[in-house]
Design a binder for this molecule. Sequence first.
Ligand code: ADP
Ligand code: ZN
Ligand code: MG
Length: 501
Amino acid sequence: MSKSTPEATSLAAEVLAKYQPVIGLEVHVQLLTRTKIFCGCATRFGDPPNTNVCPVCLGLPGTLPVLNKRAVEMAMRASLALNCTVHEHSRFARKNYFYPDLPKGYQISQYELPLATSGWLEVEVSGVKKRIGITRLHLEEDAAKNLHEGFSQSATKAYVDYNRCGTPLSEIVSEPDMRTPEEAYAYLTTLRQILLYTGVSDCNMEEGSLRCDANVSVRPRGSKEFGTKVEVKNLNSFRYLQKALEYEIERHISVLESGGRLSQETRLWNQAEGHTVSMRSKEKAHDYRYFPEPDLLPVHVSAAWRDEVLRTLPELPEAKRSRFVSSYGLSKDEATVLTDTQQYADFFEAVLRNGADPKQTAAWMQRLSYLAEQTVEAVKIVADRFGNVAANHFAEMIGLVANGKITAMNARTVLAEMYETGKSPADIIAARGFEQISDTSRIEQAAREIIAKEPANVAKFKAGNEGVFKFFVGQVMKATRGQANPQAVNDILRKLLAQAN
Ligand code: ADP
Ligand code: ZN
Ligand code: MG
């Protein structure tokens, strides 16, 4: 088969339906430690190139690695949250290859004896739950970053930034258990959520702290054997993962349908062109001449250490979701939104501790999120979701609406000001004169004046035009600066319009 990329095909649905895709993901996450895995250099992102380096991470002769205990602990947290068996003994190995971003000429990784194996996580796609197996989770060091663009001589030179070299990573390998691009997408988002909850990684795809390679093959439906797989790299967003898989599945099927054979290879996703291109034929494990790392002792995880790490795990997203449904009477959708991040869920429960009603809090938190979306850059929403709003102020505001002290409409304005300034709702309401008017005589007076001014509309209403009623409500609300109790306005207008002639 030629290496050229077949044109994007549009196969008939019956043809696509003859095949079943098989997908397995390999995910690399940067562990949230302050220092690198085998030396004391900082792992901070964005520092000037080659400022966080030392003889160890530059691979100078005569230096020795020292394992960062915190990195092992982070990888243990991830393993336990993913239902893996953490092994008492694991071992580092050297994976040998040459590249300028790898100054030692080998990467220290775990191979035959990884830290953890045989876990799973549960995904949900279109209401159907499914377990995806996790083959292994191991520790390794990251390589440096080759820079090809973004500097003055980039036409003729390539630079290497060794700051990233030696950053602790965990590689998490899934079983080939996924059958659709949607399942792969769900796996990656679920995995990310668990890693964020457990504080293992910040999972920032733009900064490279979460990277995903996708393995994909297709087989005739009903067949027991797997087809030839291709590994797709360069998937630096969740959307790209799904798009690349969709593309690759169609490509495999069209190759097979036209009587061709697939070759096992590594391909790159090209987002601009919307297709994958062949990068190299797949390397084999023996090409790397793995052998045990002689400079490091085997990793020993005692049962006591493992149990201690297990005890410090937070309530995980799935458990929190179920608890929110059963203890607060929320719908599954509400619970899913509220448990999106640990911080969001914590804020919700803090508001409830201040006496607010769960359903009303869920609804108002949604409004708060919209506000955040309009106010801050999309990428900062998660961090800035509550702006300056304190949980007790938020509960107070929800109570004021529930008790009819302010209208829901004015409450939105109050909320926006709380978001900006952190002031209490009581102060904002007093300063803006937002107390709701429930005094019926004031509402009645406004309604009478408007009815008197609008004989034509009164006539329309009398003739059965119900739409005009909304016009009258709007006019009364306007005359009372949005402060009138909407139910009272309705009742009074009904009464007065019935009397009008
Ligand atoms: P390799 O030796 O090529 O690295 P592995 O067996 O280690 O292959 O698997 C790497 C990844 O590929 C795993 O996530 C696994 O689930 C997935 N995988 C293995 N075989 C297939 C296949 N036939 N189709 C799709 N994915 C596969
Ligand atoms: Zn260093
Ligand atoms: Mg492998």
